[in-house]
Design a protein around this ligand. Structure first.
Ligand code: ADP
Ligand code: MG
Length: 253
């Protein structure tokens, strides 16, 4: 998509769980070539919003579209295949498999769950091309030297970057990252931020969920703030930081 065009459009997205309104008629866009931050206190509805975009949960009402095409009703696998790749708040790695195999498996899964064993059933040619793509993405994110190590040997910061490589192996147009900086040491957060800037400079569009406001401030082009499922502010990081509703939500949370 051309820089600056609308890539993901969320319109009046709503999700209720029984009587709880987890996402309350939220509308925002992810623009091509930008890092958009989706922030808010715990329970604000950030992960649920990701689930609505990626088809892992169904909308109660509202729509999500991608490059002008409606995504509502499509399967997670289909949506991933369209070019939307995500990471999860709680990393999903297979610790006994190598870093390379973890990335290759993700590329094969394409949004599908429970097919961890499927790599064993692949044709040789297909397996070789998945492994080659995985190696390319590991070099891209700076984990090339770790490719033959068991994934369980990596530090948390490296696991989060492995997950990004796995998402990149889907050759996505947009990356959705759910709290990639959570629990990381300061040095790891800086490395992660450097990687995300590099991906943006290569043209990648990113929707970044984050709890920690300081991590997103110097990184994102646009911020969307949720509180109790409702969009309470959006704009540049500088403007959002000064917004009284945002300050109140964070002090209250
Ligand atoms: P965040 O990612 O911003 O911390 P979530 O999207 O995980 O918030 O959750 C938003 C709200 O929806 C919370 O109150 C949470 O408990 C609730 N919620 C999330 N998923 C479910 C579910 N599957 N069933 C019931 N309630 C849920
Ligand atoms: Mg969450």
């Amino acid at each position: 998509a051309p820089q600056g065009s609308s890539l993901i459009k969320v319109e009046k997205a709503r999700k209720t769980f029984g009587g709880l309104v987890a996402v309350n008629d939220v509308s925002f866009e992810v623009t091509a070539g930008q890092i958009v931050g989706l922030i808010g206190p715990n329970g604000a509805g950030k992960s649920t919003t990701f689930d609505l975009i990626t088809g892992m949960n169904s909308l109660t009402s509202g729509t999500v579209s991608f490059a002008g095409k409606q995504l509502s009703g499509r399967s997670p696998r289909d949506i991933a295949g369209q070019g939307i790749a995500r990471t999860f708040q709680h990393p999903k790695i297979l610790p006994d498999m190598t870093v390379l195999e973890n990335v290759a498996l993700g590329a094969h899964q394409r949004g599908h769950s429970g097919v961890a064993k499927s790599i064993l059933r692949l044709e040789r040619g297909e397996e070789a091309s998945l492994l080659a793509e995985a190696a390319t993405q590991l070099e891209r994110v700076g984990l090339g030297e770790f490719k033959d190590r068991p994934a369980g040997d990596l530090a948390l910061g490296q696991i989060r970057i492995l997950e990004i490589a796995r998402a990149l192996a889907l050759d996505p147009a947009v990356l959705l990252l759910d709290e990639p900086a959570a629990g990381l040491r300061l040095g790891e957060k800086k490395e992660l931020a450097t990687l995300l800037r590099k991906l943006r400079s290569e043209g990648m569009s990113i929707l970044l969920v984050e709890h920690d406001m300081s991590f997103v401030m110097g990184l994102v082009d646009h911020l969307v703030v949720l509180d109790f499922g409702t969009l309470i502010a959006e704009g540049s990081p500088a403007d959002v930081r000064k917004n009284p509703a945002v300050i109140a939500a964070y002090l209250g949370g």
